[in-house]
Design a protein around this ligand. Structure first.
Ligand code: FMN
Length: 157
């Protein structure tokens, strides 16, 4: 199978679109992700996959926790904003409505829900890291349907 065909078939898998926020003390950042899944009931755990080359991947290596912000179906613009590539030391969070967790991570107030996680494991998966987090706090913030890859948003190389 050609690489192009392979990617087309993989693109049939549906995903929710989220913003993961990471970092502390002036090195806060957020990035749009879609490769996310619940991976345990007890304790509740989420895992996401991050490209080793992303600026945010460096931050994830250094911090003990992260927040997954589940975007609402009308938050395409926010998804686009956080999908922009950071310059080193650049933060995309300024200018977006947010509040902070007790540990200082950003919760996007217009998101549908958030899940605050402690990093419990990191595994190599080809050109990505799989980051596994135990959910320590979570809440529904707003009513509505989630933003999904079915709305034409795709994570491409
Ligand atoms: C719909 C969508 C889904 C994405 N999903 C992921 C993902 O699951 N993992 C990832 O590493 N990057 C994903 N990206 C790409 C990052 O958001 C993008 O490369 C971003 O520039 C990285 O931010 P940074 O430079 O601040 O680290 C996705 C982008 C879009 C538009």
């Amino acid at each position: 199978m050609s690489e192009k065909r392979f990617q087309e078939v993989l693109a049939k898998i549906p995903y929710s679109v989220c913003v993961v926020t990471v970092g502390l003390g002036g090195l806060e950042n957020g990035l749009t992700i879609s490769w996310l899944s619940q991976v345990s009931f007890e304790p509740p755990m989420l895992a996401f996959s991050i490209d080793k080359q992303h600026y945010s991947a460096e931050l994830v290596e250094d911090v003990p926790n992260f927040v997954v912000n589940l975007l609402a179906e009308d938050q395409l613009e926010i998804a686009g904003h956080f999908a922009k590539r950071s310059m080193t030391g650049d933060s995309k969070i300024e200018g977006v409505d947010y509040r902070t967790t007790e540990t200082g991570l950003a919760i996007l107030t217009d998101a549908l829900a958030y899940y605050e996680c402690d990093v419990v494991a990191q595994h190599e998966a080809g050109d990505h890291w799989i980051i596994i987090g135990e959910v320590t706090d979570a809440a529904i913030l707003n009513d509505g349907a989630p933003l999904t890859s079915a709305q034409g948003l795709r994570y491409k190389k």
